[in-house]
Design a protein around this ligand. Structure first.
Ligand SMILES: NC(=O)c1ccc[n+]([C@@H]2O[C@H](COP(=O)([O-])OP(=O)(O)OC[C@H]3O[C@@H](n4cnc5c(N)ncnc54)[C@H](OP(=O)(O)O)[C@@H]3O)[C@@H](O)[C@H]2O)c1
Length: 251
């Protein structure tokens, strides 16, 4: 119960991975603030699972493309709890656009992807900095993607946003030390997620075949890695790929 009396905010806790991360942090004793943009019911299910298991959770609406909403969200956490120990930048938006179809990747789509997946994690870190630093042991965990390391996944914009998030992790690790550790989980295909189910079956099958461990990432693998980061005092600036081991992506 390493996180008892700590407060964690998980963006996109209405989604598959965010929900799993929120449940894991809740089971470890944290009060978890679960954010959603539209799926209030799904966020309530995540929070209900946490409280039903004896933990503590609340939900909050947040469109993280809106800088003022980001500030208001963190202020609401400060008002309700007086502290924030863990920020998990999990929420993201994507749309499938084949890489060679450059014309389909419009400025509007580019901006929506980059605002949601890269600018918002920065804005959330900035808004949370004072609270995260207050006790000297704050944590940020960003959820990027293996597509941020190798060119691939749903679109050039998504892949670029996640590459940016990987580097933002390192920059914030320097900027927010020594009080705050900043790390990143970069999943490949994660089984049983809607995002993965939207991939063409050949892409998903290819990932499963290439994984040297004979399995790709599972929801609980991502959640455990987040917990490992937020319960360590000696790791910062790291990107942990969780993909079952893709030979082409091992560096
Ligand atoms: N699933 C995979 O195989 C996979 C692989 C690699 C990386 N990832 C990464 O893992 C993370 C979670 O993915 P997932 O599979 O759990 O996706 P998901 O189920 O589609 O969840 C996405 C979450 O982001 C939220 N969101 C979207 N736009 C937002 C906005 N403008 N403001 C605030 N929240 C917003 C959604 O809220 P609503 O529910 O309210 O719409 C939802 O909670 C993402 O960062 C994704 O890039 C996933």
């Amino acid at each position: 119960m390493e996180l008892r009396n700590k407060v964690a905010l998980v963006t996109g806790g209405s989604g598959d991975i965010g929900g799993a991360v929120a449940r894991r942090l809740g089971a470890a004793g944290a009060h978890v603030v679960v954010t959603y943009v539209g799926a209030e019911e799904a966020a309530a299910v995540t929070a209900g699972d946490i409280t039903g298991a004896g933990g503590s959770a609340s939900i909050q609406q947040l469109d993280q493309r809106d800088p003022e909403a980001v500030e208001a969200s963190i202020q609401a956490v400060a008002d309700a709890h007086g502290r924030l120990d863990v920020l998990v930048n999990n929420a993201a938006w994507n749309i499938g656009i084949p890489f060679p179809d450059l014309d389909a990747l419009t400025p509007e789509i580019w901006d929506r992807v980059l605002e949601t997946n890269l600018r918002a994690p920065f804005l959330l870190a900035r808004a949370s900095a004072k609270l995260l630093k207050a006790d000297g042991g704050g944590h940020i965990v960003n959820i990027s993607s293996a597509g941020g390391i190798s060119p691939g996944s749903s679109s050039i914009a998504y892949s670029s946003s996640k590459a940016g998030l990987n580097h933002l992790t390192r920059c914030l690790a320097v900027a927010m030390a020594p009080e705050v550790a900043v790390n990143c989980v970069a999943p490949g295909l994660v089984e049983n997620t809607r995002m993965a189910n939207r991939l063409p079956e050949a892409v998903a099958a290819g990932a499963r075949q290439q994984a040297v461990l004979g399995r790709v990432g599972q929801l609980e693998d991502i959640a455990e890695q987040v917990l490992t980061f937020v319960t360590s005092a000696s790791i910062t600036g790291q990107i942990m790929v969780v993909d079952g081991g893709m030979p082409g992506a091992m560096r």
